[in-house]
Design a protein around this ligand. Structure first.
Ligand SMILES: Nc1ncnc2c1ncn2[C@@H]1O[C@H](COP(=O)(O)OP(=O)(O)OP(=O)(O)O)[C@@H](O)[C@H]1O
Ligand SMILES: Nc1ccn([C@@H]2O[C@H](COP(=O)(O)O)[C@@H](O)[C@H]2O)c(=O)n1
Length: 230
């Protein structure tokens, strides 16, 4: 069967990567979490003191160091899940902290950061057979994608899911902080100048507020089958 590109965009924490990962595994496609790449750049900024005392990113310094930032993915041999590597180090857990979540959207709004990461994402998808999730995959990275999905759910439901996830991992979490972060990231992502978060005209909308993980997985598989048998 001819391989296609599947772009899954949408709001923060609505289940994009859960759906994308499951589908990719089932159909034997590569899965790329583009948000992990923006998170890795943000972690680099935190670890190299590239935020000033007001929490603003030191743009010129980051720009000068972009060539020193190397991001890649490797499969965890036990779980078969992709892990994010930054300059050869596994940073999968460190990029998921609230500290990174609360700094990532301003970093992702910088044109030179987007240029570098979009180039890398397009390179990863040039052979097709890829499921990529993010904010601008269907609009900017792969506008030619054969299947585009745009996922949404209410902010409260999304925050609750993230809260439950952190609690299950034994991490300290405040529902209010998570809700604030989810809404604030959505605001910055939707209002930035370059490639703002929006639904592509040809994307299929999914509100999964009241769907289980299994139901949304089946829904996505149906969309894939429709797109590949059309
Ligand atoms: N339909 C669902 N019902 C309940 N929980 C869900 C559902 N879909 C995903 N989840 C859970 O919600 C949390 C967020 O999901 P996920 O990480 O896939 O979202 P995301 O959109 O990729 O987030 P981000 O934008 O932050 O990368 C996870 O704990 C996941 O297990
Ligand atoms: N294609 C993308 C993907 C992500 N971002 C930015 O990164 C943040 C973190 O992404 P998650 O998917 O891990 O939540 C997100 O809030 C965006 O600011 C992006 O700009 N483009």
């Amino acid at each position: 069967m001819k391989k296609i590109i599947i772009a899954i965009d949408g709001f923060s924490s609505c289940g994009k990567s859960t759906m994308a990962k499951d589908l990719a595994k089932e159909i034997g496609y590569i899965y790329i979490d583009s948000g992990a790449m923006y998170r890795a750049v943000t972690l680099y900024c935190i670890e190299h003191q590239l935020f000033d005392e007001k929490g603003q990113v030191k743009e010129e310094e980051l720009k000068a160091r972009m060539n020193d930032i190397h991001i890649s993915f490797r499969l965890n041999p036990e779980t078969q899940r992709p892990m994010t590597y930054l300059n050869g180090m596994n940073v999968e857990d460190r990029i998921r902290t609230m500290e990174v979540s609360s700094h990532v959207s301003p970093v992702a709004a910088l044109g030179f950061v987007r240029e570098a990461l979009v180039r890398l994402q397009q390179e990863m998808g040039k052979e097709k057979g890829i499921v990529m999730d993010g904010r601008d995959i269907g609009t900017a990275v792969f506008p030619q994608a054969e299947l585009k999905i745009f996922v949404t759910a209410s902010p409260e439901i999304r925050a609750q899911r993230r809260y439950d996830e952190l609690k299950a991992k034994g991490q300290e979490a405040s529902f209010d902080d998570i809700l604030y972060n989810v809404k604030e990231r959505d605001r910055i992502d939707q209002t930035r100048e370059i490639s703002p978060l929006r639904q592509a005209e040809d994307a299929i909308l999914l509100d999964n507020s009241h769907l289980t993980i299994q139901e949304q997985k089946e829904w996505l598989k149906t969309q894939f089958l429709k797109a590949t048998h059309a």
